[in-house]
Design a protein around this ligand. Sequence first.
Ligand code: URP
Ligand code: ZN
Ligand code: ZN
Length: 473
Amino acid sequence: MSTTLITGGTVVTSTGRSEADVLIDGETIAAVLAPGSTLLGHDLAGSVDTVLDATGKYVIPGGIDAHTHMQMPFGGTEASDTFETGTRAAAWGGTTTIVDFAIQRYGERVMDGLAEWHEKAAGECAIDYGFHQIVGDVNDDSLKAMAGLIDEGVSSYKLFMAYPGVFYSDDAQIYKAMRVGADTGLMTMMHAENGPAIDAMVSELLAQGKTDPYYHGVARAWQMEEEATHRAIMLANLTGAPLYVVHVSAKQAVEQLAAARDNGQNVFGETCPQYLYMSLEDQLGAEGFEGAKYVCSTPLRSKHEHHQDHMWQSLRTNDIQMVATDHCPFCMKGQKDMGVGDFSKIPNGIGSVEHRLDLMYQGVVDGKITLERWVEITSTTPARMFGMYGTKGVIAPGADADVVIYDPAGHTSIGLEKTHHMNMDYSAWEGYEIDGHVDTVLSRGRILINDNEYLGTKSHGRYIRRAPSQYLI
Ligand code: URP
Ligand code: ZN
Ligand code: ZN
């Protein structure tokens, strides 16, 4: 077992910051000490195997991205990052844990889907990983299987109110699944958009010759998101199921969540960097077919309606609890270009797993969130929300030594030529400049990134058996 001492840094957690040294013994954090502490009169730095100097830098718990889709079969193709390439890119950006989605497709069995995803990920991941379970066919057999998910370390499942004919569940199916969620303590995750109404609008737009990527955003209007969010909240209220709404982009959907929370309901919301930085007009409406790069669901919202500002504000006020990426990358060539002449054929998804920590840190620099809130929304809350807190999401004795040394005086220029490790032929974040830099990344005590060098392996990442949400009483 090797020992590491991180010296001279500012340890930042969700509750505060302090000057402290962090002692790592093997895979776990052994102690958080006053700077320059000694051990039985010996200089600690002289007694450990490795010393990492973090002077002037932040020492934070590794990022947890609780919404990724590595190699997801979707939209007639497959997400271009494998577990190997996607988790390596995540490590580059300071994310040391992902929670990906195992999929039960229509006509398949839930546990077969979970087994398939275990097979895809095992031995391929640079960082630790867990699974949520997508239930794409709610029937009696699925409902029984859902009750066994917690024993598999899968304490959350996802339903879709969108994508009819693919993952869609109707209200009766949602109601039945939520009953199981309420009884078992599974967190219900919801893709909240009114899929049937969206499909009707897509047909109308295409019939009018409106085929550009921009119309993806028009068809998936905020009313579609607000209505579905409200319906999901009401069904959760009725059944007593805890509800976590994924990739929230419309300010009206946030208002629904906030009202339900004010009403005492266990309802939570996640947003993604694209909804904080990008818009319907500037990205989806880009020249020619460029907008395809930014086709994702829920879609980017109008800047004239100020959804983006509202989303930052919601992060500050805790109307939205955390930020994940919904990382679902597709290349322009051979994937996104399937939708030339028909926006509905563009595979939905943006790749961001590498940049979440940086993009959210820019929110600290810009005065939109505090340093502590940055740690909370990118690591601590995801850990608590999805049953990993204590081991993950915190710098404290006994926790996994998943640690990032972040340099606030550093700089990151995001772009294909400079900082791109995701398996995509473009970057949705090309040209973004970040006033900070991920210097060093440790996962369970092992250095994965140091001085712009990758030192990890694809066999390092371990499956995490998650407990029920620690966000619930
Ligand atoms: O556009 C998206 N979000 N693609 C991934 C699938 C999903 O809905 O989360
Ligand atoms: Zn979704
Ligand atoms: Zn997703």
